[in-house]
Ligand binder design. Structure first.
Ligand SMILES: Nc1ncnc2c1ncn2[C@@H]1O[C@H](COP(=O)(O)OP(=O)(O)O)[C@@H](O)[C@H]1O
Ligand SMILES: [Mg+2]
Length: 250
């Protein structure tokens, strides 16, 4: 197994009195595709937001590539966040494209304004990336005129434009018709192979996780209750709560 690109150590996250992540620890090897699965409210999105520096946490630590996050990091020091955002991309559930920019401008924005790439170079690369995700014909489209699937693919191209080591996605199947889910699996498979990306995907759909991922972590009430190949978790879950989540008889 290659060296871990992500290390989460005893992370604790609270909202007020409520503990949402309870000393969770795991490592993710470079190149792995990992699904965070589990029932709604189990802490999946919170885990993702803590890993990408969007949410402070109360205990433990997170390392993503060369970025180290700990309690207080976000408040005290922006440097680890800069490192993190140079090495990790995020595709949000609602994509969060810039509404007044075209698809192409969305993809060039960070390379030009964050990394300082020359505009011509950034536009050429953005054009290549949009072609990769099947959006060549939509370069000058505004987000509001794009379908959900198109906005998602544009958001993927935008994340890849910064050449991340890790790509995080929250519920990528939630806005897709079932027949489009296979296309997304194919696209992500192809992209991760080409770019040697590590993928961390939040999903409540175990079948999707099985198609795309090498590994599934089941989060339940702030604990990891299962960690294994998705096929194995599906076929023989160890924990009765996983069986319930999967709709299996106990
Ligand atoms: N901003 C917030 N303020 C207070 N509670 C929150 C907030 N975000 C999430 N929670 C709570 O944290 C728990 C985990 O939520 P979440 O991470 O969104 O779960 P999942 O993504 O697995 O559905 C839920 O009980 C949710 O209500
Ligand atoms: Mg969620």
């Amino acid at each position: 197994m290659s060296a871990p690109v992500i290390e989460v150590t005893k992370i604790v996250k609270r909202y007020g009195e409520r503990t949402v992540l309870r000393e969770i620890s795991f490592e993710i090897a470079a190149g792995q595709a990992v699904a965070l699965v589990g029932p709604s409210g189990g802490g999946k999105s919170t885990m993702l937001r803590c890993m990408i520096g969007l949410e402070p946490f109360e205990g433990g630590s997170v390392r993503v590539a060369d970025a180290h996050l700990a309690p207080g990091t976000l408040r005290k020091n922006a440097a680890p966040l800069k490192v993190l955002h140079a090495q990790a991309g995020m595709v949000f559930q609602q994509w969060h494209l810039f509404p007044h920019r075209t698809a192409l401008e969305n993809v060039c924005e960070a390379p030009i304004h964050v990394r300082g790439d020359a505009p011509e170079k950034a536009r050429a690369r953005a054009s290549e990336l949009l072609a990769k995700v099947g959006l060549s014909h939509r370069e000058s489209a505004m987000p509001r005129s794009m379908s959900g699937g198109e906005q998602q693919r544009c958001a993927i191209a935008r994340a890849l434009a910064m050449d991340p080591k890790v790509l995080f996605m929250d519920e990528p199947t939630s806005a897709l018709d079932p027949q489009r889910v296979g296309d997304l699996v194919e696209l992500l498979d192809q992209l991760t192979e080409e770019a040697k990306l590590t993928l961390v995907i939040v999903t409540h759909e175990m079948r999707f996780a099985e198609k795309l991922c090498d590994r599934a972590l089941v989060l339940y009430e702030g604990n990891v209750i299962e960690d294994g190949a998705p096929g194995e978790v599906l076929a023989s879950p160890k924990d009765s709560r996983t069986r319930a989540f999967l709709g299996l008889e106990d």
